[in-house]
Design a protein around this ligand. Structure first.
Ligand SMILES: [Zn+2]
Length: 339
């Protein structure tokens, strides 16, 4: 069926339909494909399988610009698609089963970073303006799998647009075969039914500790921060117990003229409890303020979401940037789950 001249292909102009019904859309998509790619016509029945089955990339979020809206631009979008408005860093899920056939990791050009999915049904989907992709070129992905994190990339920066995911869909061929402008409306192919509610998260545990440290800090040296009379550990996990949570450290200091720094470190242990790795997390620097000068008290704060699996523990350090700093009090609050 793929020989030239085997199929009588319509010689018409590519259709410019106003799609009011999915059936019309499917027919138009197949006709555009046929005229653009000649003999490699995919049977409409194959494409029709896609109707109403695709997943939106980020769930039921607002559409900031429709496929038709892209076409109505002056000049029309070179790659009409659907813009889903989501904050940067949102999970992007594969619409359907397929293979990652193209991936761009630079922010250059109007697309920014993107992924392309060749669906098992023969259709082709592109996800544009990503923050990052989580699947390699050639990966087989399944419907609903997280394949990327959303962004706003394009024109050489991570903020080339407002944050959104742009999804383009071509029926029965690649954009090179069909023409980038001959995409169809992805929204006409999505599963419109609401998602079932996700399982309820377990109620987190809460822990709050207050320790009166009252210690003078040596200048310019990282000092281990106690959180209780007998402990410096903020969180611990083992081979048997994982811990997920977020913690915040609140410090009260006096004598701050230049400032001080706070950081958390993750310590990896072997099966005998020996330290085999130490990885410092980002440093937060606390500067004195006008309020500091008035009250002589300076408050420091450090927050960290964490996931600990295996023999690991977290502790904090503080480093004075001037002589004479005393840390009066250490308060740690955390919400966490163990599993
Ligand atoms: Zn767009």
């Amino acid at each position: 069926m793929c020989d030239a001249g085997d199929a009588e292909l319509p010689d018409a102009e590519p259709l410019r339909p106003v799609f009011s019904r999915r059936v019309v859309l499917l027919a138009a998509g197949a006709a555009i494909g046929a005229s653009a790619i000649g003999r490699e016509l995919v049977a409409p029945s194959t494409s029709a399988l896609a109707a109403g089955t695709y997943l939106r990339p980020c769930g039921n979020v607002p559409i900031s610009s429709s496929w038709q809206g892209h076409r109505n631009r002056n000049p029309p979008s070179a790659e009409p698609g659907t813009d889903y408005a989501v904050v940067t860093g949102s999970q992007v899920r594969a619409a359907t089963n397929g293979v990652i056939v193209d991936r761009k990791d630079s922010t250059t050009t109007a697309t920014g970073r993107y992924l392309a999915l060749r669906a098992d049904d023969g259709n082709y989907i592109r996800y544009l303006h990503l923050q990052s992709s989580t699947v390699p070129l050639g990966a087989r992905v399944s419907r609903g799998q997280v394949i990327a994190y959303s962004g706003a990339s394009g024109f050489g920066t991570d903020t080339g647009y407002g944050p959104h995911v742009h999804v383009s869909l071509w029926i029965g061929g690649t954009p090179l075969q069909l023409g980038f402008a001959n995409s169809v409306d992805f929204e006409n192919y999505v599963d419109p039914s609401p998602y079932p509610p996700p399982p309820e998260d377990p109620v987190p545990l809460h822990k709050s500790t207050k320790y009166t440290w009252n210690a003078a800090l040596p200048n310019g040296v990282w000092a281990k921060m106690p959180v209780a009379a007998d402990s410096s550990w903020l969180a611990e996990s083992s081979a048997a117990i994982k811990e997920t949570g977020d913690l915040t450290i609140y410090l009260t200091a006096t004598g701050v003229t230049s400032g001080f720094q706070i950081r958390v470190l993750a310590q990896g242990l072997d099966s005998s409890g020996n330290v085999i790795s130490t990885s410092p997390q980002p440093v937060v620097e606390v500067k004195p303020t006008a309020q500091t000068a008035a009250s002589s008290l300076t408050y420091g704060e450090y927050s960290l979401p964490y996931f600990l699996s295996g023999p690991l523990r977290l502790y904090a350090q503080v480093r004075a940037l001037n002589q004479g700093i005393r840390i009066q009090q250490v308060v740690v609050k955390k919400n966490y789950w163990q599993s």
